[in-house]
Design a protein around this ligand. Sequence first.
Ligand code: HPA
Length: 277
Amino acid sequence: MSILQQHLQESVRAIRERTKVKARVGIVLGTGLGALGKEVQAELRMPFSQIPHMASASVQSHSGELVAGTLNGTPVYVLEGRLHYYEGHRLSDIVYPVRLLHALGCEVLVLSNAAGGLNAAWALGDLMVIEDHINLPGLVGANPLVGPNDEAVGPRFPDMSRPYDRKLIESAHAAAKATGLSLREGVYVMVTGPNLETRAEYRMLRNLGADVVGMSTLPEVVAARHVGMRVVAFSIVTDLCIPETLEEADIDTIIKTASAAEPKLTKLVKQMVGTLA
Ligand code: HPA
């Protein structure tokens, strides 16, 4: 058994000692998008620092927690808080939580993030379900699957023809309809950050075919597809990245926009997860 699998088994054991929750659905919440965690009827809230081999434990003591319970009747594990590449974490540490959700028995992965809007027809606070992605860091080397491959975990050359599960995307649209929310569908491009982009970079990203740009999520998606999980991911448009009218970026405004749109995303994901029981 590989070191990775040993670590995963130890993490799973530590969680199983504390909860009997068996969930098929795992949810990873983006920074500032933790409200959904509060909607969970929780049997357990376990700080990452108490889970062996979760990297955040050694870096930041209060950087997140695992919530186990039910959301709208469906058993779930929710991870509040994630690691970012721009913080200097190793990609293998960034994707560890996703591999852990899989080791815990999750077959479906729901992800959320805040992103900049490149599509000129869209507005601040819009919600988008990701239909496809451009993994810029992953294409040129910063890919969590680089290195020896454990065939027991997943294939050497995982398919990415459809990383986002069409049935889950349709469930997301149905949930949007049921809750009276509008939901866009589009392409997410990842950059490493931490600086925001220049006008020329936004123009390039738009020309590449992306609707939104962000600094997270894609390493987790790639790792989830590697192990065969079905993935659905949502973005909140927190700033407008239109080169012709670009204003100076203000991180406080970005975070405020994320918080203002968060109740919509929470409602949508709660409704959707209820249909996945
Ligand atoms: N660029 C990259 N990441 C982001 C942005 C952006 O404009 N907004 C929110 N996350």
